[in-house]
Design a protein around this ligand. Sequence first.
Ligand code: ADP
Ligand code: MG
Length: 146
Amino acid sequence: MSAVQDFKNLEDGFLKFARNHFQYIKSGSSRSVFRISKRRVVKIAINQIGLEQNKVEWRISQKKQNWPYITKAIYKDKNYNWVISEFANNSITNTKVNKAMYNFGEFISKYKLSVDLEKPSSWGIKGKRAVVLDYGAPISLLQKYY
Ligand SMILES: Nc1ncnc2c1ncn2[C@@H]1O[C@H](COP(=O)(O)OP(=O)(O)O)[C@@H](O)[C@H]1O
Ligand SMILES: [Mg+2]
Protein backbone atom coordinates (compact mmCIF):
# COMPACT_ATOMS: atom_id res chain seq x y z
CA MET A 1 0.00 0.00 0.00
CA SER A 2 1.05 3.59 -0.58
CA ALA A 3 2.01 5.98 2.20
CA VAL A 4 -1.13 8.00 1.48
CA GLN A 5 -3.32 4.90 1.92
CA ASP A 6 -1.52 4.06 5.15
CA PHE A 7 -2.01 7.62 6.35
CA LYS A 8 -5.77 7.49 5.70
CA ASN A 9 -6.00 4.38 7.88
CA LEU A 10 -4.27 5.93 10.89
CA GLU A 11 -6.17 6.34 14.16
CA ASP A 12 -3.61 8.76 15.63
CA GLY A 13 -0.01 9.88 15.19
CA PHE A 14 -0.88 11.91 12.09
CA LEU A 15 1.88 14.49 12.44
CA LYS A 16 4.58 11.95 13.16
CA PHE A 17 3.60 9.85 10.14
CA ALA A 18 3.48 12.92 7.92
CA ARG A 19 6.92 14.11 9.07
CA ASN A 20 8.34 10.70 8.18
CA HIS A 21 6.65 10.20 4.80
CA PHE A 22 5.61 13.52 3.26
CA GLN A 23 7.27 16.76 2.25
CA TYR A 24 6.63 19.53 4.78
CA ILE A 25 5.28 22.79 3.29
CA LYS A 26 4.41 25.14 6.14
CA SER A 27 2.39 25.63 9.34
CA GLY A 28 -0.14 28.29 10.21
CA SER A 29 -1.46 29.00 13.68
CA SER A 30 -3.69 25.93 13.67
CA ARG A 31 -2.60 23.48 10.97
CA SER A 32 0.57 21.92 9.53
CA VAL A 33 0.56 21.29 5.80
CA PHE A 34 2.42 18.58 3.87
CA ARG A 35 2.61 17.72 0.17
CA ILE A 36 1.44 14.17 -0.42
CA SER A 37 1.52 14.10 -4.25
CA LYS A 38 1.86 16.38 -7.23
CA ARG A 39 -1.66 17.76 -6.84
CA ARG A 40 -2.57 17.09 -3.19
CA VAL A 41 -1.70 18.30 0.29
CA VAL A 42 -2.77 17.18 3.73
CA LYS A 43 -3.69 19.81 6.33
CA ILE A 44 -3.29 18.40 9.84
CA ALA A 45 -4.92 20.15 12.80
CA ILE A 46 -2.49 21.06 15.58
CA ASN A 47 -5.15 22.40 17.96
CA GLN A 48 -8.93 22.76 18.42
CA ILE A 49 -9.18 25.67 15.99
CA GLY A 50 -7.47 23.53 13.36
CA LEU A 51 -10.18 20.86 13.74
CA GLU A 52 -12.88 23.47 13.27
CA GLN A 53 -11.13 25.03 10.29
CA ASN A 54 -10.81 21.64 8.61
CA LYS A 55 -14.52 21.11 9.15
CA VAL A 56 -15.41 24.46 7.59
CA GLU A 57 -13.15 23.89 4.59
CA TRP A 58 -14.70 20.45 4.14
CA ARG A 59 -18.25 21.79 4.26
CA ILE A 60 -17.57 24.61 1.82
CA SER A 61 -15.83 22.13 -0.51
CA GLN A 62 -19.01 20.03 -0.70
CA LYS A 63 -20.67 22.87 -2.62
CA LYS A 64 -19.71 22.53 -6.24
CA GLN A 65 -20.27 26.14 -7.22
CA ASN A 66 -17.40 27.26 -4.98
CA TRP A 67 -14.64 25.18 -6.48
CA PRO A 68 -13.21 27.86 -8.77
CA TYR A 69 -12.41 30.05 -5.77
CA ILE A 70 -10.73 27.65 -3.39
CA THR A 71 -8.42 24.68 -2.92
CA LYS A 72 -11.09 22.03 -2.49
CA ALA A 73 -10.89 19.51 0.36
CA ILE A 74 -11.32 16.02 -1.11
CA TYR A 75 -10.98 13.58 1.80
CA LYS A 76 -11.35 14.03 5.53
CA ASP A 77 -10.72 12.21 8.74
CA LYS A 78 -13.90 11.39 10.65
CA ASN A 79 -12.96 13.81 13.44
CA TYR A 80 -11.44 16.40 11.08
CA ASN A 81 -7.93 15.73 12.35
CA TRP A 82 -6.92 16.24 8.72
CA VAL A 83 -8.27 17.09 5.29
CA ILE A 84 -6.64 16.20 1.99
CA SER A 85 -6.93 19.19 -0.35
CA GLU A 86 -5.87 20.38 -3.75
CA PHE A 87 -2.35 21.76 -3.90
CA ALA A 88 -1.94 25.38 -4.90
CA ASN A 89 1.42 26.99 -5.45
CA ASN A 90 1.75 29.56 -2.70
CA SER A 91 4.22 31.85 -4.48
CA ILE A 92 1.81 34.22 -6.16
CA THR A 93 2.30 37.72 -7.48
CA ASN A 94 0.35 40.76 -6.41
CA THR A 95 -1.07 41.32 -9.84
CA LYS A 96 -2.72 37.92 -9.87
CA VAL A 97 -4.11 38.43 -6.38
CA ASN A 98 -5.52 41.82 -7.25
CA LYS A 99 -7.33 40.41 -10.28
CA ALA A 100 -8.75 37.48 -8.31
CA MET A 101 -9.77 39.50 -5.26
CA TYR A 102 -12.77 40.77 -7.20
CA ASN A 103 -14.34 37.28 -7.22
CA PHE A 104 -14.13 36.67 -3.53
CA GLY A 105 -16.33 39.34 -2.01
CA GLU A 106 -19.49 37.34 -2.61
CA PHE A 107 -17.92 34.05 -1.51
CA ILE A 108 -16.68 35.51 1.75
CA SER A 109 -19.89 37.28 2.68
CA LYS A 110 -21.99 34.21 1.82
CA TYR A 111 -20.16 32.11 4.42
CA LYS A 112 -19.37 34.97 6.79
CA LEU A 113 -15.71 34.12 6.56
CA SER A 114 -12.80 36.00 7.94
CA VAL A 115 -10.17 35.62 5.23
CA ASP A 116 -7.19 37.91 5.29
CA LEU A 117 -7.13 38.69 1.57
CA GLU A 118 -4.30 41.16 2.02
CA LYS A 119 -1.99 38.38 3.13
CA PRO A 120 -0.15 36.72 0.21
CA SER A 121 -0.02 33.49 2.25
CA SER A 122 -3.84 33.19 1.95
CA TRP A 123 -3.46 32.70 -1.82
CA GLY A 124 -2.23 30.11 -4.24
CA ILE A 125 -2.34 29.23 -7.91
CA LYS A 126 -4.49 26.28 -8.97
CA GLY A 127 -4.24 25.64 -12.69
CA LYS A 128 -4.18 29.21 -13.99
CA ARG A 129 -6.35 30.75 -11.32
CA ALA A 130 -5.58 32.53 -8.10
CA VAL A 131 -7.48 30.73 -5.33
CA VAL A 132 -7.82 31.08 -1.56
CA LEU A 133 -6.23 28.24 0.41
CA ASP A 134 -6.93 29.33 3.99
CA TYR A 135 -10.72 29.82 4.15
CA GLY A 136 -11.65 27.79 7.22
CA ALA A 137 -12.29 30.61 9.67
CA PRO A 138 -15.84 31.96 9.91
CA ILE A 139 -16.26 35.15 11.92
CA SER A 140 -18.20 33.12 14.52
CA LEU A 141 -15.18 30.86 15.10
CA LEU A 142 -12.90 33.82 15.73
CA GLN A 143 -15.39 35.30 18.18
CA LYS A 144 -15.41 32.00 20.05
CA TYR A 145 -11.63 31.73 20.44
CA TYR A 146 -10.17 35.24 20.41
N1 ADP B 1 -3.89 23.80 -0.47
C1 ADP B 1 -2.65 24.20 -0.22
N2 ADP B 1 -1.65 24.06 -1.14
C2 ADP B 1 -0.39 24.45 -0.87
N3 ADP B 1 -0.01 25.02 0.28
C3 ADP B 1 -0.95 25.20 1.23
C4 ADP B 1 -2.31 24.80 1.05
N4 ADP B 1 -3.00 25.11 2.18
C5 ADP B 1 -2.12 25.67 3.00
N5 ADP B 1 -0.88 25.74 2.47
C6 ADP B 1 0.35 26.29 3.09
O1 ADP B 1 0.37 26.01 4.47
C7 ADP B 1 0.31 27.22 5.23
C8 ADP B 1 -0.61 26.99 6.43
O2 ADP B 1 -1.91 26.65 6.00
P1 ADP B 1 -3.19 27.48 6.46
O3 ADP B 1 -4.36 27.01 5.71
O4 ADP B 1 -2.87 28.94 6.38
O5 ADP B 1 -3.29 27.02 7.98
P2 ADP B 1 -3.81 27.81 9.27
O6 ADP B 1 -5.25 27.50 9.36
O7 ADP B 1 -3.03 27.24 10.41
O8 ADP B 1 -3.56 29.27 9.06
C9 ADP B 1 -0.19 28.29 4.24
O9 ADP B 1 0.27 29.56 4.57
C10 ADP B 1 0.38 27.80 2.93
O10 ADP B 1 1.73 28.20 2.79
MG1 MG C 1 -3.14 30.65 7.69
